[in-house]
Ligand binder design. Sequence first.
Ligand code: ADP
Ligand code: MG
Length: 260
Amino acid sequence: MRNDVLFEAKNSVCTFGHGKKLVRAVDDVSFDIKDGEIVSLVGGSGCGKSVLAKMMLGLHHPNTGEFTYKGAPITDYAVHWREVQAVFQDPFSCFNQFFTIRSQLKAAFGIYREKPSNSEMEERVDQALLAVNVKPSELEGKYPFELSGGQMQRMLLARIFVLKPKVLIADEPTSMVDACVRANILDYLMKLKEELSMTIIFITHDIGLAYYVSDRLFIMHKGKIVEQGAPDDVTLRPKSEHTIQLLEDIPEIHKEWIKR
Ligand SMILES: Nc1ncnc2c1ncn2[C@@H]1O[C@H](COP(=O)(O)OP(=O)(O)O)[C@@H](O)[C@H]1O
Ligand SMILES: [Mg+2]
């Protein structure tokens, strides 16, 4: 194994249920993801993107095949999460309604064995807020219910700027927000890659967005990766009928990105 490989899957299978109700959510996938890459998992609803993301977080384990991070199976997720963090579709589910946003951004340091000093934590929260274009003073004393969906998405990203994980898994982070906020979120993801040289797994059903942000695309269908490769190869010379279908489904406003 090359030592810059972070995730490696070899014929990994993850199923739920038994007998007639058996679901092969992730079905015989093989890939590697290298340090510093932005890889997009692209596919329609129910194709297994989130289950694969949860395997990367150590929340699901393969029934058969291998699934490793830095060459070892993910056994202790408390340790794993110091390096691998996620943002999900619904930002409200990730914050407790009864605590201020700022206190929760600060509480994110709880995943470390040794917390920085209080003043360093305050400083890093301020920097994280500024990184997502929020004035720290504007957020003072605010609770999650006082913010819009788009603002909450930015708070999730601020949490990532606070923690500076090695790997970020972004599971459809733009699906609940309007086009303007979506463009912002993509810009922040690029900033995370550039400023923190983060590895990013970007999950979307929109191959146009994936093309725009990624170094590599994995096209998923019914639990399988049906095609993987560089964005230009996959979008301009698609080999799988499922890729062609996804290309036809791209919203008009994103189509122009691909022609550039
Ligand atoms: N915890 C679970 N128990 C049973 N089935 C699940 C579970 N999580 C996901 N599935 C099933 O696995 C398949 C893939 O789901 P998912 O990865 O969430 O799809 P998506 O690509 O939309 O994120 C679906 O058929 C879903 O119903
Ligand atoms: Mg999903």
